[in-house]
Write a protein that binds this ligand. Structure first.
Ligand code: COA
Length: 373
């Protein structure tokens, strides 16, 4: 039987990682509400929760932090690739390429036990922000900034990117945004990771697949498109009319709609708050106010709700990220989720191999070259 287009409604894996209730707008990681985690937790704590199944004790958290902080530096060959292609490659292509290249020197590359995947996962999670930050600096003619092991994951990323210690409000905003993007059921990139892992290919192969699929504008690429839209509108007073015209022409509004959520995406609630808080504290709440008008207009005209990407765009913009860094930063946030899914897939694997319905010509006789045309 043919599944609905886009595999809508198909259950294709069992997981203990995250639960989405699309009707009620709820999301939890291993049973903990995303609202509690966003308010009270840290990125490292939630990574531990996803990888080990429970919230860490203080000693376990210190260990997870130390493990991640100690693995941030890149192999010199990875830095060489970054230097070689810095000015030509987009940040997302660069991230995908260097993550793939990191497999070359990884001592565990051919091992897919849980322990080996955790070691590789720690290195990938630690190094992906270093790749993004180093590339960003190199393409602007600056030298990369070495990671600071005293800083937490999110704060260190801002430090490597901007070269100065971040304001606490900025570090916390990124920390929360990264928690919100850590895992999200069988979204397209996680599915890609699981399909690759399902062939018993290694973790680097699976994460490389996932980054490739996150790039598209229907998935992680939407946060970039949101900022393009906000900049094109430019004035709060023009937002409602812009949306009305776009919807009239049957265009998709980036950052709105979702396959699973039929109400507001619970992650958008927190990102909306972050966007407002940062905007007000920096005297730049125009993007938040414009976004709020767009949200109201989309709801009124087409009963559309914002998804995770909508308020992530203005939040990231206020954190000083160039627009084409938005999706790579999403990838850095989602990577531990992909890794947890790969571990889950490898633990109880069966090749993922669906069928297709053939709708081409019926079987026919081969025509030799001299009789064609
Ligand atoms: N703007 C305008 N209309 C939208 C919309 C949007 N962003 N998202 C969905 N819709 C409308 C569709 O036009 C369609 O309406 P119709 O029934 O009148 O034709 C209906 O809602 C269903 O949309 P559809 O594209 O079939 O849903 P989907 O489940 O296949 O797609 C998305 C989900 C996320 C790909 C889709 O909502 C989208 O393209 N959003 C914009 C990109 C985005 O923000 N992606 C990030 C997702 S986290």
């Amino acid at each position: 039987m043919f599944a609905k287009e886009g595999l809508e409604g198909v259950v294709a894996a069992r997981t203990t990682l995250s639960l989405i209730d699309g009707e009620k707008g709820r999301l939890s990681y291993r049973g903990y509400s995303i609202h509690d985690l966003a308010a009270r937790s840290s990125f490292e704590e939630v990574v531990h929760l996803l990888w080990y199944g429970e919230l860490p004790t203080a000693a376990q958290l210190a260990q997870t932090r130390a493990d991640l902080a100690s693995q941030r530096a890149l192999h010199p060959d990875a830095l060489e690739i970054l230097r070689r292609f810095a000015r030509d490659a987009s940040p997302m292509d660069m991230l995908r390429t260097v993550v793939s290249a990191l497999a070359i020197h990884d001592p565990d590359v051919h091992e897919s036990t849980r322990e080996a995947n955790l070691r590789k996962g720690t290195r990938l999670t630690a190094q992906m922000p270093t790749i993004v930050a180093a590339h960003e600096r190199l393409r602007k003619g600056k030298e990369p900034v070495a990671p600071d092991p005293r800083l937490d994951h999110a704060a260190n990323f801002l430090f490597m990117l901007h070269g100065t210690a971040p304001e606490p409000i900025a570090a916390r905003a990124l920390d929360v945004a990264m928690i919100l993007q850590l895992d999200h059921g069988l979204n397209a990139s996680t599915f890609a990771a699981r399909v690759t892992a399902g062939t018993l290919a290694d973790l680097h192969a699976a994460v490389t697949s996932a980054i490739g699929s996150l790039k598209g504008p229907l998935h992680g690429g939407a946060n970039y498109d949101v900022m393009v839209m906000l900049k094109a509108i430019d004035e709060v007073g023009r937002a409602a009319e812009h949306i009305r015209l776009e919807l009239q022409q049957k265009k998709k509004i980036p950052g709105f709609g979702h396959r699973v959520y039929k109400t507001i995406d619970p992650r958008a609630v927190h990102l909306r708050e972050l966007s407002e808080k940062l905007g007000v504290s920096m005297g730049q709440d125009k993007w938040y106010r414009m976004s709020a008008v767009i949200e109201k207009t989309c709801k009124e005209l087409k009963n559309l709700y914002p998804n995770v990407d909508f308020y992530a765009a203005s939040t990231y913009f206020l954190l000083g990220f160039d627009m084409d860094l938005f999706t790579p930063i999403f990838a850095c946030s989602r990577a531990p989720g992909w890794i947890a899914h790969v571990i889950e897939q490898h633990t109880d694997n069966r090749l993922i191999r669906p069928l297709e319905e053939y709708i081409g010509p019926p079987e026919r006789a081969y025509v030799s070259l001299d009789k064609r045309g």
